[in-house]
Design a protein around this ligand. Structure first.
Ligand code: PLP
Length: 472
């Protein structure tokens, strides 16, 4: 492909992209293909000779598109959203075009300094105390791992990096029983062992019971373990429960334990002034992760990691072979030392485009709408005699189940709701996912896609009710 063809194809592609986004509601939200179907359409060997772009696009439409589940569909209500927006997509096009490798200031001064400024903007938008340094990580999973590794190094006086874990006592990590699986994954990768992760019991609202945390920590100390880090959830994956941050921080401070806040989803709601009392309470924590790639209209991946002890972070990851040394190293941020990867994408650009295009007020309006519509739905569910609300719906996620009056058998209710979920998703008109709350099969309805309107939420609720009229 030469420059002339690139220009021509790119123009056509942008038209295709705009057509896709304008027609997205005509696609079934969840792909209808079966496992192996896409693979069967792909040749087992690569082409020996060059193929024209038209042929590749033809196969994209024929083979790939049927296997796409449409996350940007306004009736996407599953998992958490991974929403995008026009400015974010345009920034990603520029990022791909520049192809810059942003490992150090010198390899991309603009990327480094824009990242620094964007993290300051986010800190301000979230109303966080001005105590943190920020860096963009690929995902919350990586950010949580970085917190664990930094805590490990800080408390071992950077000895584990040098000698391994062999001479250390056993570190223990704490999170609630509702914490995201990335915590357990990080515990394994950090070398602590999943048996040394303590999953603390939760209360009726699925938030950590701090008395249980303290009791477990004391027990661990008595048994010779070294409590290292507690992950407090600001918005659990199951039901957006908020762990009691002040109590957790107070306990952790007494025992000199690192507090990491996992606010991957609900953290975006901190841009609303009425939620910023939570941000003020984060003054005493050690690190926080919030994912603009979930709820802030910014293409996956983009995860904002804030850390108080920036030196501990850098000392954990810093490595300086001769070929990476530059004359300005003492005066700049070299973000390769702020995390695991050496090579880094230019992720700050899409944040800059998104924040400027929406403006903080525009972002607040959308997040506020999502929360309001989810609360309206929760209210409808609560009023309906055949449905049951299973958790508070404070952060745009509604947890509920179908519960006909006549039925009290929990096993049968679980089966019924699993069948209902399958039926909802089979329609292709909307997409929901599920979790288990207190042993109950729970349908999760997330309101967070960029183009979701109130009418989509209402239509979805109508559809759910209709589907329960038939046999399940
Ligand atoms: N933390 C919470 C609360 C989540 O819900 C998720 C994913 O949904 C994660 C962490 C992991 O996010 P990521 O995909 O950015 O690693």
């Amino acid at each position: 492909m030469d420059l002339h063809e690139f220009r021509k194809n790119a123009h056509q592609l942008v038209d295709r992209m705009a057509d896709y986004l304008s027609e997205i509601e005509s696609y079934p939200v969840k792909s209808k293909v079966s496992p192996g179907e896409i693979l069967a359409g792909l040749p087992s060997l690569p082409p020996a000779s060059a193929e024209p772009f038209q042929n590749i696009m033809h196969d994209f439409e024929k083979i790939i598109m049927p296997g796409i589940t449409h996350w940007q569909h306004p009736s996407w209500h599953g998992y958490f959203t991974a929403n995008n927006s026009f400015p974010s997509i345009l920034a990603e096009m520029l990022t791909a075009t520049l192809g810059a490798q942003c490992m150090s200031w010198m390899t991309s001064p603009a990327a480094t300094e824009l990242e620094q400024r964007m993290m300051e903007w986010l800190q301000n938008m979230y109303g966080l105390p001005d105590l943190f340094s920020g860096v963009i990580q690929d995902t919350a999973s990586t950010a949580t791992l970085c917190a664990m590794l930094s805590a490990r190094e800080k408390y071992s006086d950077f000895k584990v990096n040098h000698s391994g874990l062999y001479h250390e006592k056993i570190f223990t990590v704490y999170c609630s029983a509702e914490a995201h699986s990335s915590v357990e994954k990080a515990v394994k990768i950090a070398g602590f062992g999943s048996q040394n992760l303590r999953k603390i019991a939760v209360n009726g609202n699925f938030a950590m019971i701090p008395e249980e945390l303290e009791r477990t920590i004391r027990e661990d100390i008595r048994s010779g373990y070294v409590p290292l880090l507690v992950v407090a959830a600001f918005g659990t994956t199951g039901s957006t429960a908020i762990d009691p941050l002040e109590k957790i921080t107070e306990i952790a401070t007494r025992f000199k334990i690192w507090v990491h806040v996992d606010a991957a989803w609900a953290g975006t709601a901190l841009i609303l002034p009425e939620n910023q009392h939570y941000s003020a309470r984060m003054a005493d924590v050690d690190s926080i992760v919030i994912n603009p790639h979930k709820w802030m209209f910014t293409n996956f991946d983009c995860s904002a990691y804030f850390v108080k002890d920036r030196e501990a972070l850098i000392r954990t990851f810093e490595i300086l072979p001769e070929y990476l040394k530059t004359p300005v190293d003492q005066r700049v941020n070299n973000y390769r030392d702020w995390g695991i990867q050496l090579g880094r994408r230019f992720r700050a650009l899409k944040l800059w485009f998104v924040i400027r295009t929406f403006g903080v007020e525009g972002l607040r309006k959308k997040i506020n709408d999502h929360i309001t519509w989810a609360k309206e739905l929760a209210n409808e569910i609560e009023q309906h005699p055949g449905f049951e609300l299973l958790a508070p719906a404070d952060f745009a996620v509604v947890c509920f189940r179908y519960h006909p009056d006549s039925l009290d058998n929990e096993q049968e209710l679980n089966r019924l709701n699993a069948a209902l979920l399958e039926k909802i998703n089979q329609t292709g008109k909307m997409f929901l996912s599920h979790t288990s709350l207190a042993g109950k099969y729970t349908l999760r309805f997330v309101v967070g896609q960029t183009n979701t309107e109130q009418k989509h939420v209402k239509q979805a609720w109508e559809l759910i009710q209709q589907l329960t009229d038939d046999r399940l």
